[in-house]
Design a protein around this ligand. Structure first.
Ligand SMILES: C[S@@+](CC[C@H](N)C(=O)[O-])C[C@H]1O[C@@H](n2cnc3c(N)ncnc32)[C@H](O)[C@@H]1O
Length: 215
């Protein structure tokens, strides 16, 4: 199932697409591992993770949430689909990672109870592009609501390139750095950008990692 970027669609209707993907286990986006750009950012200390609570919205099988979790950073992997959450939880248990470090929750990013202390960090990959372009402004405002002042949003931009015949359809929807500035600049400051970050082999030239600080 795909949509035109210009088409209008309700979020209820659009969300069915994701439930359908998980019901049929059609998860072609899944690369089976942590995104190389995120691993590089953290392991090569290009930017230092805070302590506190973090969230990965649209976490899928949860590799990135598991990678970021540590005794000083409790992570929540969040997904609309209970099947995704169950799959991620089983994977975490199979890896022997404690539920004290990372938990997976079924929730809608746009509508869930945010902890009083909010999140100190969020990681967004293949989530901005998974949303219909008409939902982008709400995506930016929602991150401003859930991230604590001084907290950070790590956004791995993807896909920055699509073929001519596919560029107006999604998900994933084509995006640009300007699309992020448009919806984040009011509440976030771009503090790190690496256009030469490592990428999955099949996504070379299609990704740029960024870190934004909540004002
Ligand atoms: C393209 S997949 C990416 C999954 C994961 N980030 C990865 O790279 O493997 C997008 C995910 O976002 C989830 N999703 C879509 N809309 C959502 C929403 N409003 N709230 C939470 N999760 C959502 C979908 O169920 C799906 O698992």
């Amino acid at each position: 199932m795909s949509y035109q970027a210009s088409e209008s669609v309700s979020s209820e209707e659009y969300n069915k697409l994701w439930h359908n993907c998980w019901n049929t286990m059609t998860t072609k986006w899944d690369k089976g591992d942590v995104s190389p750009a995120l691993r590089e950012l953290i392991e090569e200390k290009k930017w230092e993770l805070p302590s506190g609570q973090g969230i990965v919205p649209g976490c899928g099988r949860g590799y990135d949430a598991m990678f970021l979790a540590s005794p000083s950073l409790h992570m929540v992997g969040a997904d609309l689909s209970p099947i995704a959450v169950e799959t991620a939880t089983k994977l975490r248990d199979a890896k022997g990672i404690s539920s004290n470090l990372v938990e997976f929750q079924t929730l809608d990013f746009f509508n869930f109870d945010v902890p009083a202390s909010k999140y100190q960090v969020a990681y967004d990959y293949t989530f901005f592009c998974a949303l219909h372009p008409s939902m982008r402004a709400a995506w930016g405002s929602r991150y401003a609501e859930i991230i604590a002042p001084g907290g950070h949003l790590i956004a791995l931009m993807y896909p920055l390139f699509k073929s001519e015949e596919d560029r107006n359809r999604g998900p994933p929807f084509l995006l640009s750095e300007a699309d992020y500035h448009k919806v984040l600049d009011e509440n976030f400051e771009l503090i790190h950008i690496d256009p030469h970050c490592k990428t999955h082999d099949t996504r070379v030239g299609e990704e740029i990692i960024t870190v934004w600080r909540r004002k």
